[in-house]
Design a protein around this ligand. Sequence first.
Ligand code: AHR
Length: 659
Amino acid sequence: MRKYLKHWLCLFLTVMLFVTLSAQQLNEISILANKPVADIQPTMWGVFFEDINFAADGGIYAELVKNRSFEFSLPMMGWRQVRQNGNGRVVPTFYSPANSANPHYITVFIDAPNGAFGLTNEGFRGMGIKKDNQYNFSVSAKISPNSNLKLKVELLNSKGEILGGTELEGFTTTWENHRTSFKATGTEPEALLRLLFTGTGSIDLDMVSLFPSDTWKDRAGGLRKDIVQMIADLKPGFVRFPGGCIVEGRDLTNRYQWKTTVGPVEARKMIINRWNMEIRDRQAPDYFQTFGLGFYEYFQLSEDFGAEPLPILNCGMSCQYNAGEVVPLNELDPYIQDALDLIEFANGAVTTKWGKLRASMGHPEPFNLKFIGIGNEQWEEQYIERYKEFEKVIKQKHPDIKIVSGSGPSSAGRYFEYAWSELKKLSPALIDEHYYMPPEWFLKNANRYDNYDRKSIKVFAGEFAAHDRDTTESESRNTWFSALAEAAFMTGLERNAEVVNMASYAPLLAHVDAWQWRPDLIWFDNLQTIGTPNYYVQKMFSTHRGTQVIPVLEAGKPLIGADSLYASASIDKNNAKVYIKLVNVSSSSKNIRINLEGLSILKNGEIETLKSKKLYEYNTIVNPKRVYPAFSTVTVAGRKISTNLDPRSVNVMTLGYKK
Ligand code: AHR
C-alpha cells in the first residue's frame, strides 16, 4: 500500500508541475541583432567619486594617521598624551605663516630619562592593520639644542597589546623627514599608533604618517588596494571627481580648489570637509580633506582604469542649500582661469607652467583630458550666466574639450526645465541629470529617455540611486528592491544610449562607521570592502557594455515593464558577442523564448543571474554574499533560446556569434 501511495504522489506532483508550467505565460522576445539602432559610447557606465562617507581620508586614501599635520580646527583631535614612568607636555600649536599651506606643528617636551612620554593617534575609527604587512612610518621633526631623544613607534590592538613597531633616533635641530618601517605581527581593525619618546628635551613634530606598503600598484603614500580593486572591477568608462557638493563647498572659502590638491602632499592645503557637519544625525567633526588624494591622483587612477577623467569644477557658486554665495560676473575670471589651468595641467606640454608641475609629479605624458564639468547642482539664472562665461572661454581656447553642464538637483520641475531650455541655446556636450528617488520611480521611468530629442545635447545621468526604506544597520538601505529597480531603469538608459552617453550611481563609497549618506555603491570598514546588490547590478551592465544597441521587442514593442519584464540588448563588435539584459521584477518566474534574428549565434552561452526572493535583502561586511551573482550556461537551438527567469532577478546573457 505504501509503495502505491508513493507512486500516486509522484504522478500527482508531475502532473501538477506540467499544469503549472503550461499555464505559465510564454514571453516571446525578438532580438534584432543585425539592426543596431545606436552606438554605445565607451563612457556609457562610469563611477562618481566624492569624498563623502570618509571615502577619501579614512577610506581609499591609505593614510592611517588622522590629523597628521595638526591642521584640524582642534589641533590635537585624534591625538592623546601617554606616560610610562616619564613626564612631559605637548604645546599645540605653533603657527608658522611662512608655510601657508601647512602652518601648524606641535612641540613635545619630554622629561623621561628612565621611562617614556608620548602620544597616541586613533586613526579613522581605528586603524586597519594586517598581519605580516609592512607599514611605513614617517615624521617631520626637529629637536631643540641639547635634547637627547629616541622614539619608539608601535601599533597596539584594542587590548593594548603591541602589534609590531620600530625605533627612530638621530633627530637634529633642523626640520628633517625621518622614515622607518616595520612588519605587523597581528591583524586588528581598530589599532592605535603609539609614539613613545625616551630621554630629555623637546621635539617639534609635523606630518606624522603611517601607510601600509601594500597599496594599489604599490605606490608609496598611495591608495587602499582592496577598495580600488572593487572599483577597477567595474571597468568604468569614466571617473567623475571630486564631487558632488564638495565641489561647491558650504561657502566659497571651502570650495574644492584643485590647485591646492597637487604638488608635494605636505604643501597641499587641508580644508574642512563640507560633509563634516552637514547631516544633523550623522555629524563627523573629525572629517577634513587633506587632499593626499588630489587631482593628480584622480587623473592617475582614471588612467589606471582606462577610464576618461571627468573633473567637475566650481562655477563661482557655493552650495545653494547652504551659504549660496555667488561670485559677481566681473570677478569670475580666477574661476575660469582655474579651468584653463586644469586643462594645461592635464594636457599641456611639460614646458608650460602646469604641464611642468604634472611632469614633476611623475607624469610627463599628458593625461589626455577630454571632458570638463562646470558646476555641480546649481540652479536658476545665476548658474546659467556663469556657465555661459566658462563656455565662451573654454570653447574658444579648447574647442575639443567636451563641456558638461548641470541641470540642478532634481529630475524634473522648474529648475530642471529652466536649465534645459537655457542650455539648449548654448553648446554643452552633455547635461548632468541627478535623481535620488524611490525604487518605484525608477520602474516607472524606465522609458524616461525614449522621447528625448536624438539631435539635442546628450545626457550624463551623473548621480542616481534608488532610495528605499531606511533601517538601522549601515548597509541596510542598499536593498535588493533598490538594485532591481535600478537594473530595470538601466535597461532604459542602454536602450537610449544615443541620448545617454554617460551614467554613474552615487555615491560610490561609504565607511560603515563613518557615513553621512546612504545608500552607497560600496561599503568598507578598516579591513574589508563589500559590494552592495546595486554594485553587482552596475558591474553586470558595465562589464557587458557592447558597442551598439540592438532592439529587444515583444509583440513589436520594446520590453518596458509589460508583465514586469524589462530588457535591453547590445552587440559587442570588438569581441563578437551579444549581451542581453533581462530584468524580472515580479515575484513569479517567467518563461521566456528568445528569437535572435540576423546573426549566426554560437551554441553555448553564459547567463549571469543576480537574485533574491527577499525584496529587502542586503549585503553586509559580515554577510557580503547574500545577493551575489551566479553563473550558468544557456544553449542556443538554432536562433532560439528558451529559459526561465527567476522571480525578482537581473540576468545578463552573453552569446558569441560567428563573424
Ligand atoms: O551624492 C551625494 C550628493 O548628492 C552629492 O554631493 C550631490 O551632488 C547630491 O546632492
